[in-house]
Design a protein. Structure first.
Length: 461
């Protein structure tokens, strides 16, 4: 089957395929032209997926898989499917190959599909086995995780088992499965998980107006991505993520790739991915914008503030799993407890397992609060902020408030250990968060991020 997609065509095109009774396998391969284009003009890029006889309606009842632009062919059978696709019955009816023209050259996008239908006897679809929702925890403790990871079930190159091995080496206690636009990986994590590694299932819904992580949803949950902000569908799918027990986390909200920047606003978000992979200028923009939202939340008594997360977004070597990682205070190593800690903002983000910190605020009366908490005090009450750091050699500490950075330390010693104390009042600082920066060759604190905390709030509610 051949066709041409013109510039300005719709986001998705559905090519019908009639599947007759007795079909045992459906195989699709495709190719498309990639003409040269002038500098600065996007060329052709065509994504692909599959919907079965249940249709292509928004919500994904007929969803059978998505590989984006990562593969040139795939197959589906009752007992097995290409990574990114769901095995299951090949019921007779009209199926659809979904084409997603990510970018279209001025010359148009000619494509060719080859569909092979193979007859055979029906076979049983194996019952999916999912990873457990509980690991061997340490009770109430700080747990390390990375909730933005891609396997070969989307555009990653690592298997779930390979990801799990690297997560353990990075000192992680939990990880999040977040393949693009598919839940196919969910049934392939059971063997990779273990008592020492909790796997949170989920998805990265890759819309044309930004990407969002569905973190820790119920096994098998699929979140549709085929809409833009102008379509007014986003709130529906944010509710679906929460109904499935997950967190709504806009990913790399200020990234500059086509369709990557977040355009839906943050009214439905449970947290924000402020740090994504190696520290870059768009992370700096995300941090600045998040600081602005924290200052506004402080004016509302600290209500409805959005915690920050950091994740690696690792796809393949040399992407480093666990750089960065989010360290969360949770009651145990369970899906429910980890998500509760992330939702509450009892967490900080760090570049590796080697760096840890503790931030507390103590009033003269002895009352104390930690990261993500509030110390309810009168405006003129003296407060001591104390930050203890391990594993940050030559890094500088900054204490950031609703007024901006009010304290900057000298570089920490080469041992990486240090303690910083700062005296303030709720009138002077409505909230405080800490960050550690690598020093540059000039000895300034403008270098890459090493770690930062979520805020703690000061003053009455």
């Amino acid at each position: 089957m051949r066709g041409i997609l013109p510039p300005g065509c719709g986001d998705y095109v559905y090519v019908p395929v009639e599947v007759p009774p007795g079909t045992a396998e459906l195989k699709v391969s495709y190719r498309y032209d990639r003409p040269s284009v002038p500098p600065g003009v996007p060329g052709n890029a065509l994504d692909i997926g599959l919907f079965d006889e249940h249709g292509t309606e928004l919500g994904g009842r007929g969803f059978r898989g998505w590989s984006g632009g990562a593969r040139t062919e795939f197959f589906v059978r009752a007992d097995e499917a290409t990574p990114g696709y769901l095995p299951g019955p090949l019921n007779p009816g009209t199926w659809h190959i979904a084409l997603g023209p990510y970018t279209v050259a001025p010359q148009g996008l000619p494509y060719e599909l080859t569909v092979t239908l193979t007859a055979g006897e029906p076979v049983r679809t194996p019952r999916p086995v999912y990873p457990p929702a509980r690991g061997r925890g340490r009770g109430r403790a700080w747990y390390r995780g990375d909730c933005h990871l891609h396997s070969w079930h989307s555009d990653g190159r690592r298997t779930p088992a390979g990801i799990a091995d690297l997560a353990r080496a990075a000192g992680l206690d939990f990880l999040g499965s977040s393949d693009h636009n598919t839940n196919a990986a969910h049934a392939h994590w059971a063997d990779a998980a273990g008592d020492d590694l909790l796997v949170l299932l989920g998805e990265e819904a890759t819309t044309r107006n930004g990407h969002v992580l569905a973190v820790g949803t119920e096994p098998g949950t699929f979140i549709d991505w085929r809409y833009r902000a102008r379509d007014h569908h986003w709130s529906r799918f944010a509710r679906e993520i929460r109904r499935a027990g997950g967190l709504v986390v806009p990913a790399h909200p200020y990234a500059d790739c086509i369709g990557c920047a977040w355009r839906f606003g943050f009214g439905e978000a449970d947290a924000i991915e402020v740090w994504n992979g190696p520290w870059t200028p768009d992370d700096e923009v995300a941090l600045t914008a998040w600081d602005g939202r924290l200052a506004a939340a402080a004016g509302r008594g600290g209500r409805a503030w959005l915690p920050a997360m950091g994740n690696s977004d690792a796809h393949r070597a040399p992407d480093v799993i666990g750089h960065p990682q989010t360290v969360v205070l949770a009651d145990d190593l369970t899906r429910e407890a980890i998500l509760a800690g992330l939702r509450a903002g009892r967490s900080y983000v760090t570049e590796s397992k080697n760096l840890s910190l503790a931030l507390t605020a103590t009033a003269r009366s002895g009352e104390q609060a930690g990261i993500g908490e509030r110390l309810a005090l009168a405006a003129d009450t003296p407060v001591i902020l104390r930050l203890e750091v391990i594993g940050a050699p030559r890094c500088q500490v900054r204490l950031v408030t609703d007024q901006g950075t009010l304290f900057t330390s000298d570089p920490l010693p080469v041992s990486g250990k240090g303690t910083v104390e700062w005296h303030t009042t709720p009138a002077h600082a409505a909230h405080v968060r800490a960050e550690l920066r690598h020093t540059t060759a000039l000895g300034t604190a403008a270098g890459a991020m090493a770690a930062f905390t979520n805020p703690l709030f000061l003053g009455s509610t």
